[in-house]
Ligand binder design. Structure first.
Ligand code: GAP
Length: 450
């Protein structure tokens, strides 16, 4: 099951503290959202799951956390200054601006007029001034993708880790795009996060690795609770490919507003490393290294068994964290009928749940119960699996309802019997089954969920 409309998700997110409109008390700022107490946990858990599987569980990927502000030359040689544009049209009637390729029948969605200007390229990068003098001569861009900082750090990582091909560099971080049209809550925004892997391979082995990463990424999404039936693969046609790509496969998800891109997996060839390299003569020049530039780094690798330097090809799985949050929330969203009422439950995978367990004293004002609940909270919290919450509201029914809605896998209730023999009642989110377990079993029972 999933949400019927995006509004159901928006309402849940606001009500329970997952996501808020940014700058809301001043009327909001379009295309920006803030992650609240539960949203920040969910987002962090998604990023941790990606990082754990790629950087920790594999032995061929290194991590990186590079700067967001990016030198103009980097984004010039990467091709972004020239080509990172969308076609912009103005409505001659109401002056609204639209992205032409998103318009149906070339009609202004605002007023219905067909009187639109000719499309012109609009660069999506945000510029900002560096240093105290704002005369336009010294500016940087907010990075439009995390990838370029991986490419320009290629030599640093290779030199400091002695890596040989194939290997990858992973990075999670903010990216910024001045999108012309925003869409569906956090689906298309102006400030977002990406989880990007640049996986460097020997030219000629790139197509095989491309297929490998498409399959790996599909499996990862399934492990996050996104069912295979909700995902589709889209082979991007040649005339829609980004300027750096030889082939791209998009993983598409059935969002409430339609089936759209969740993650792109591109074969970027040697385009980026080649573009940022200078000493071309020494390189075994690959297809697209044509222009010299201001970079003083030789972004190539010399394998022990090879005579020449080679510029690796790169396979890039690039996923949006915010789209991941939206897809995962949507997949987890379940509304069930129980007798005359409805139960809303987020069936999140436990490793993604913002709260791992809620410990609930039956009576709010009973110091012994609260004390025992605190002890259990501290014991489970120390396992390092994420947030464990002491829920001291004194209203057990309300607490269960809340924790169903936010996806907490278990609730543990401390009652009068607990004070006598240390046993507690545990309630499972999905089945709603309740059972009594002894004091000694609490930790084992909890750990079994993860
Ligand atoms: N480095 C490659 C790259 O940036 P992309 O297809 O433009 O490729 C990758 O972006 C992913 O980033 C997308 O699949 C999407 O999940 C996310 N993304 C891109 N633009 C976004 C936006 N405006 N708002 C939210 N997520 C976005």
């Amino acid at each position: 099951m999933a949400a019927k409309t995006i509004d159901e998700l928006i309402s849940l997110c606001k009500r329970r503290g997952f996501i808020f409109q940014s700058n809301e008390i001043y009327g909001g700022l379009q295309g920006l959202y803030d992650y609240g107490p539960l949203g920040v946990e969910l987002k962090q858990n998604i990023k941790n799951s990606w990082w754990r599987e790629l950087v920790y569980e594999r032995d061929d990927i290194e991590g990186l956390d590079a700067s967001i502000l990016t030198k103009q030359t980097v984004l010039n040689y990467s091709g972004h200054e020239d080509t990172f544009t969308d076609p912009l049209v103005d409505c001659k009637n109401c002056n609204a601006r639209w992205r032409e390729d998103h318009l149906e029948k070339k009609i202004c969605p605002g007023c219905g007029s067909k009187e639109l200007t000719e499309p012109r390229p609009f660069n999506l990068m945000f510029k900002t001034n560096i240093g105290p003098i704002d005369d336009g001569s010294s500016f940087a861009y907010l990075r439009p993708e995390t990838a370029q900082q991986i490419f320009v750090n290629f030599k640093n990582v290779v030199d400091s880790t002695s890596r040989s091909l194939p290997f990858g560099i992973a990075q999670i971080g903010k990216a910024f795009r001045n999108e012309i049209t925003l869409k569906s809550f956090i689906f298309r925004v102006r400030e977002f996060e990406q989880m990007e892997l640049e996986f460097f391979v020997t030219p000629g082995e790139d197509e095989e690795w491309h297929t490998f990463w498409v399959n790996e990424r599909l499996d990862w999404w399934e492990r996050q609770g996104v069912s295979r039936e909700s995902l589709e693969l889209y082979q991007v046609p040649q005339d829609e490919l980004a300027h750096y790509s030889k082939a791209t496969v998009d993983i598409m998800y059935k969002f409430p507003h339609g089936t759209e891109e969740l993650e792109g997996i591109a074969n970027r060839t040697d385009f980026d490393l080649g573009s940022h390299s200078k000493n071309q003569d020494e390189l075994n020049i690959c297809s697209k290294i044509k222009h010299n530039n201001d970079s003083n780094a030789k972004l190539a690798i010399k394998e022990p068994h090879m005579k020449d330097w080679i510029v690796p090809f790169v396979i890039e799985p690039s996923a949006g964290v915010d789209r991941a949050v939206l897809a995962i929330l949507n997949e987890a969203f379940h509304e069930e009928k129980i007798e005359d009422s409805k139960r809303l439950v987020l069936r999140l995978k436990p490793h993604l749940s913002p709260i791992k367990a809620a410990i609930i004293p039956l009576k709010k004002n009973n110091p012994e119960m609260v004390e025992m609940a605190k002890k259990i909270k501290n014991q489970l919290q120390s396992k390092g699996l994420g947030r464990v919450l002491l829920e001291n509201t004194g209203n057990i029914g309300k607490s269960y309802r809340k924790h169903d809605e936010v996806g907490t896998p278990i609730c543990i209730t401390v009652d009068f019997e607990s004070l006598e023999n240390g046993s507690v009642t545990v309630r499972d989110r999905d089945s709603m089954n309740q059972e009594r377990i002894s004091k000694e079993d609490i930790e084992k029972y909890f750990l079994n969920y993860f």
